[in-house]
Ligand binder design. Structure first.
Ligand SMILES: Nc1ncnc2c1ncn2[C@@H]1O[C@H](COP(=O)(O)OP(=O)(O)O)[C@@H](O)[C@H]1O
Ligand SMILES: [Mg+2]
Length: 248
């Protein structure tokens, strides 16, 4: 049984989540919690199931078993937009943006019926404010497609922040970025937790994880194999063999 989260700090309570694609078991009874004000890291080798877990929490795919409770409410039957409206916001691993729109319009774009039908509305001053805090203001009128890899990652974070996440699901938000941009991302994730929000962060950057996470969870072959501090998790022999044994 999951622990009750009524009246305590639990923002996200995932219990016994399982998912298979055909015969491929990708998540096997995964349970985890993220409290308000916490950054929880998720690490594990490629194919461990990290992105699938985030997709299941965001509502992009339905797990075969298990429950997702957000802010005390079961959200298992809710759609992605419904979960987003409740405050569950995801940054995709591929840092999606509208490449042919300007950076600022990527924040202001409204697309209720999918990306084919959209218009520019949104909150203009708030959009500029987010760009300012991410040091992207000088690029406000650049096309998103012209940004560097690191700037694309900042834009993906900006697009998430404009939705005012209560729980941010961040899938490798610093992959391929330089130290300066990683520093900006770190500062923004910390700012969220100072406001009592929560972050579930997938990363391969162990130093980044150890600097900002309250604790980390290691996944391998869809199973939680260890949890605790980064140092403790990296000393776990299941984690070591998962990384060393099947590194591609
Ligand atoms: N939509 C899908 N259909 C079939 N298999 C999938 C799908 N999404 C992910 N998988 C498989 O699930 C496993 C875990 O993938 P993923 O969650 O992306 O891992 P990670 O993010 O840890 O690298 C992989 O074996 C992958 O091939
Ligand atoms: Mg992934």
């Amino acid at each position: 049984m999951s622990q009750s989260n009524s009246g305590n700090d639990a923002l996200l309570d995932v219990t016994q989540l399982s998912k298979r694609f055909g015969g491929n078991v990708v998540l096997q009874g995964v349970s985890l919690t993220v409290n308000r004000g916490q950054i929880v890291g998720l690490l594990g080798p490629n194919g461990a199931g990290k992105s699938t877990l985030l997709s299941a929490i965001a509502g992009e795919l339905r797990p075969d078993e298990g429950s997702v409770i957000f802010a005390g409410k079961q959200v298992g039957s809710k759609s992605v937009p419904e979960r987003c409206a409740m405050g569950i916001v995801k940054i995709h691993q591929e840092a999606r943006s509208f490449r042919s729109l300007s950076v600022i319009n990527n924040l202001r774009v409204v697309h209720p019926g999918g990306p084919r039908k959209h218009w520019i509305g949104g909150n203009e001053s708030q959009s500029f404010e987010v760009l300012r805090s991410l040091k992207l203001l000088d690029h406000a009128y650049d096309l998103a497609g012209a940004l560097s890899v690191g700037q694309q990652k900042l834009l993906a974070l900006a697009r998430a922040l404009i939705r005012e996440p209560v729980l941010l699901l961040a899938d490798e938000p610093t992959a391929g970025v330089n130290a300066a941009i990683a520093g900006v991302i770190k500062q923004e994730l910390r700012r969220l937790t100072e406001q009592g929000r929560g972050v579930l962060l997938v990363s391969h950057d162990l130093r980044f994880l150890s600097e900002i996470c309250d604790r980390v969870i290691a996944l391998d072959l869809g199973l939680v194999v260890a949890a605790g501090s980064v140092d403790a998790v990296l000393q776990n022999e299941k984690v070591v063999s998962a990384y060393l044994g099947r590194r591609t």
